[in-house]
Design a binder for this molecule. Structure first.
Ligand code: URP
Ligand code: ZN
Ligand code: ZN
Ligand code: ZN
Length: 484
């Protein structure tokens, strides 16, 4: 049974051209003019783009005494509704827990996924067992990226010596270290000080995690990665200080990537000043929203190529869950949603305004991360042989975002009331239509785990270079006599 996407304009990270796309067996099998087949999806007036890949989501995540409310079914359903055809979640071992045991748990949760998915593994503690299991994770389990939390002291946080050990192991294995970059020691001190002063509302969450604290940690992680000979991926880059560190590192030849979130691009710190506690608490996430100057820096970074991917860090908590921190902002579960809204919002605020080209849009929502995570061209491409993960994007469709109509399980939407222009006419997941003109046709369990090989080209090049410039003992020809 072949499917043809007909009469559309293909938009990839580097090309825009008119052609039809033929799909069979979940793959793209032909691209060209005037193709025919059993089922036709009419793409007249639409752009045919690689489906979005969200490299940063937390579905059913155990965190701050509760679980994030969207599981792999509702989370991936939300993703597909908004044109995202693959998500990458974080497997989080508890301190002392085997990485393989934790992965077992995540494998079980993910069987409900409606879109394809992959995992990053988190390094939340360090020891010989972690060192050994990292090899199994990379070589047998199809995971080539390891996340390190520099914040959440007393829970997920790891220290510099642990990061250096883990990053070095990543370099040996051809894997990519990732960081949540905030100085967790300073944040913990700031939280205690603010609470002691009676500053217990959600606005204090933002006061406790200023941009400088993120900039410092980003810079530190970059130096640790450079010393370890590893590339580095910095998640949820939210401010100029972190962007500046990434920009500077890249200009110095380091292989460092930065990931702004759609939330940080669109929403600003004034949300925390809202007189309604619930409004502000719903927007508590780490790092917190910043001001306009930081937002402009992130947009510029996407256009300039100093920042590579736009993610969501989708980690949705209900209002009831947010109420855990009613008297103490440090107990408000950190996280916001965005999976359904990432592409429409980025199109509206990026492409429609002229901040991004359509090709840059595809690059930062799909192709760049596919390359970074060694998924390309299976994902992130419209090429013969690629998975048929495709969004048929209608630039004329409009909607006003509202929790009433969303797929996410939570009872609000941080983008409530925003009108977006540009939405999927069809979202196709491995050849199967999952969304058709607003009708949800997702199938629980359709999603498959996507294994990723180690040693993407950048890791190979970096290890070759690091070997070439490694310190070498100076072989001297003679030892001078004493006293000379
Ligand atoms: O506030 C956030 N970002 N929650 C999810 C966990 C994380 O730090 O990514
Ligand atoms: Zn984080
Ligand atoms: Zn409100
Ligand atoms: Zn996250």
């Amino acid at each position: 049974m072949t499917t043809i996407i007909k009469n559309g304009t293909i938009v990839t990270a580097d090309l825009t051209y008119k052609a039809d796309v033929k799909i069979d067996g979940g793959l793209i099998i032909e691209i060209g003019p005037d193709l025919s087949g059993a089922t036709v999806l009419d793409a007249t007036g639409c752009y045919v783009m690689p489906g979005g890949i969200d490299p940063h989501v937390h579905l059913e995540m155990p965190f701050m005494g509760t679980y994030s409310a969207d599981d792999f079914e509702s989370g991936t359903r939300a993703a597909l509704s908004g044109g995202t055809t693959m998500v990458v979640d974080f497997c989080l071992p508890e301190p002392g827990q085997s990485l393989l045991d934790a992965l077992n748990r995540w494998d079980n949760k993910a069987t409900r996924a409606t879109s394809d998915y992959a995992f990053h593994m988190a390094v939340t503690w360090w020891g010989e067992q972690v060192f050994n299991e990292m090899k199994t994770i990379v070589q047998d389990k199809g995971i080539n990226s390891f996340k390190h939390f520099m914040a959440y002291k007393g829970a997920l946080m790891v220290n510099d010596d642990e990061m250096f050990a883990s990053f070095s192991r990543c370099a040996e294995l051809g894997a990519l270290p990732m960081v949540h970059a905030e100085n967790g020691d300073i944040v913990a001190q700031m939280q205690a000080k603010l609470l002691a002063e009676g500053n217990n509302g959600p606005e204090a969450h933002a006061y406790s995690r200023p941009a400088s604290v993120e900039g410092e940690a980003t810079n530190r992680a970059i130096i640790i990665a450079d010393m370890a000979g590893a590339p580095l991926y910095v998640v949820h880059t939210s401010c100029e200080q972190a962007h500046e560190a990434i920009r500077r590192a890249r200009q110095n030849g380091m292989r460092v990537y930065g990931e702004p979130l759609i939330q940080h691009l669109i929403l600003d710190e004034s949300e925390y000043a809202n007189l309604d506690w619930v409004h502000a608490a719903r927007r508590v996430m780490s790092p917190p929203f910043r001001n306009k100057q930081h937002q402009d820096s992130l947009w510029a970074g996407l256009a300039a190529g100093s920042l590579q991917c736009v993610a969501t860090d989708h980690c949705a908590f209900t209002t009831e869950q947010k109420r855990n921190g009613i008297d103490d902002f440090t107990k408000i579960p950190n996280g916001t949603g965005g999976l359904e809204d990432r592409l429409p919002l980025l199109w509206t605020h990026g492409v429609v305004t002229g901040r991004l080209t359509m090709n840059e849009f595809v690059a930062v929502t799909s192709t760049n991360i596919a390359k970074i995570l060694n998924l390309y061209p299976k994902k992130g491409a419209i090429l013969v042989g690629s998975d048929a993960d495709i969004v048929v994007w209608d630039p004329k469709l409009e909607k006003t975002i509202t929790a009433k109509n969303q797929q996410s399980a939570i009872d609000y939407n941080v983008f409530e009331g925003q009108t977006v222009r540009g939405l999927p006419r069809f979202t196709v997941s491995r050849g199967v239509v999952a969304i058709e003109e607003g009708t949800v046709k997702t199938r629980e369990g359709h999603g498959r785990f996507v294994a990723r090989d180690p040693y993407p080209a950048v890791s190979k090049a970096l290890s070759t270079w690091k070997e070439l410039v490694a310190p070498r003992k100076v072989e001297r020809t003679g030892i001078p006599a004493s006293g000379v």
